[in-house]
Design a binder for this molecule. Structure first.
Ligand code: GDP
Length: 427
């Protein structure tokens, strides 16, 4: 059976932890989109890890970790992560990389940085990992597939030269930076070939076979619904689809095989980068939530940037769950809210004098004001509780209030960063 684990919000919902937890009963974990621009934080017996490229299941001996054709493959970062696991005593994971995945080229990263510099204050808040230039080239059909590393070297060098001609026009005349040297890039690609060689595989054939054999497969999404290029807060979005539906494409499996869509929803809001964020809070109130949030504060796993903070947004989360096609909600970081006397929840948006509970397009979102309802806090630590009925009454009220507002069943409540910090609810 195939299950997808995806985010309903702006990312950083705790997908890594849920994937790591469910990976225990899985055979295969697949990353199907995105690249090294976001990270998953995972805590287990080997320590605390921020993974940027590898799926979250790499810590189990029995799982195969796959980077599907839909990802933006940064080969040196992947290689570095494999090495870090090795250095820290994690048994060598079984990793497969799709021969159809495309490669993040050195100039994608340069172009991302140059563009951010050019835009200065008007930037999109890119992590400068080359993701937008990468996906632009993929769809402009000037990207490089992993398979090309293993074809004719002459053809590869020729293509690098052709692409560099185009890139150099921008680099020299728009950004006023040194031109790319195609020979140097070609040599780098040859070193990538060495790095990735042992892992390359025809992933869709492998997964087809695995499905025939009844294997358990997890698709692990990056970021969340609101960062989807079609359905998110365009243009403050990422460059590949963050929706479970894309899991079929980015892994190479039939869409009807995805039987369960576990959407991870965070008990409060956080976001990185620019863009409208209706339930955002500021000042001391935000600082305190940021400090107490997640595990060790709400700071970017890749960039270390402080995340923007806000109250739970039922409008955005309901929309995020709907677009994912949610069958189950995993409600995370609930333990963090235990310090609050009262907990505001954003249950509507007021736009031009009218209140709506439907998430609007960006131009309307920009002047939406939050409609807040306030729930009583529970004022205690809930971390070690394992049964739903044992949660304080006000805590259950919060969960059930959120569930009613978003309209999808919360079947898991995460009350701490560890694998065992989870409460299952039968729905
Ligand atoms: P992801 O990208 O969706 O995997 O999310 P991140 O890794 O960026 O952020 C989740 C952070 O919250 C990590 O530091 C997790 O260890 C932590 N986390 C996940 N679930 C919980 C939870 O239920 N409670 C607490 N306190 N932290 C959690």
């Amino acid at each position: 059976m195939v299950k997808a684990i995806v985010g309903a919000n702006w990312g950083d919902e705790g997908k890594g932890k849920i994937t790591d937890m469910l990976a225990k009963e899985s055979d295969i974990i697949v990353r199907f989109q995105g690249g090294a621009n976001a990270g998953h934080t995972i805590i287990n017996d080997y320590g605390k890890f921020a993974l940027h490229t590898m799926p979250s299941g790499v810590f189990y001996g029995h799982t195969t970790s796959i980077l599907g054709n839909g990802v933006a493959l940064n080969i040196p970062v992947l290689f570095q992560e494999i090495k870090e696991l090795e250095d820290r005593g994690v048994p060598q994971p079984k990793i497969l990389v799709s021969d159809r995945a495309q490669i993040v080229m050195p100039y994608h990263i340069l172009l991302d940085a140059y563009e951010e510099e050019r835009l200065a204050g008007k930037s999109f808040g890119s992590t400068k990992s080359g993701i937008a230039p990468f996906y632009s080239d993929k769809y402009a059909k000037i990207g490089f597939q992993v398979s090309e590393l293993f074809g004719s070297e002459d053809a590869l060098l020729d293509k690098v030269k052709r692409v560099c001609e185009v890139k150099n026009v921008l680099i020299e005349h728009l950004y006023h930076k040194p031109a790319l040297d195609p020979e140097k890039i070609f040599k780098e690609l040859l070193s990538y070939r060495e790095m990735v060689g042992p892992y390359v595989c025809d992933v869709s054939v492998y997964l087809y076979q695995a499905l025939q054999e009844g294997k358990e497969i997890l698709l692990e999404g990056q970021l969340g619904s609101l960062k989807d290029p079609d359905h998110g807060i365009y243009p403050m979005v990422t460059s590949s689809s963050t929706l479970a539906a894309y899991g079929a494409i980015g892994a190479g499996i039939p869409p009807y095989e995805i039987k369960k869509i576990i959407t991870v929803v965070k008990a409060y809001s956080s976001a990185v980068g620019a863009g409208a964020f209706v339930s955002e809070i500021f000042g001391e109130e935000a600082d305190e939530l940021r400090r107490r949030g997640g595990d060790g504060g709400e700071y970017g796993a890749t960039t270390g940037r402080p995340r923007r903070m806000g109250w739970f947004d039922a409008v955005a989360s309901k929309y995020g769950c709907r677009l994912q096609g949610t069958t189950d909600v995993a409600f995370t970081v609930l333990d963090v809210l235990g310090y609050l006397d009262e907990i505001p929840v954003c249950t509507g948006y007021e736009i031009d004098g009218k209140v709506t509970t439907e998430f609007p397009v960006t131009s309307k979102l920009e002047h939406a004001k939050p409609v807040l309802e306030v729930l009583p806090g529970w004022k205690c630590d809930i971390r070690n509780i394992r049964k739903y009925e044992e949660l304080p009454e006000n805590c259950r009220r919060y969960v059930e209030f959120v569930e009613e507002k978003i309209g999808f069943p919360i079947t898991m409540v995460s009350n701490g960063p560890g694998r065992e910090d989870i409460i299952y609810r039968n729905k």
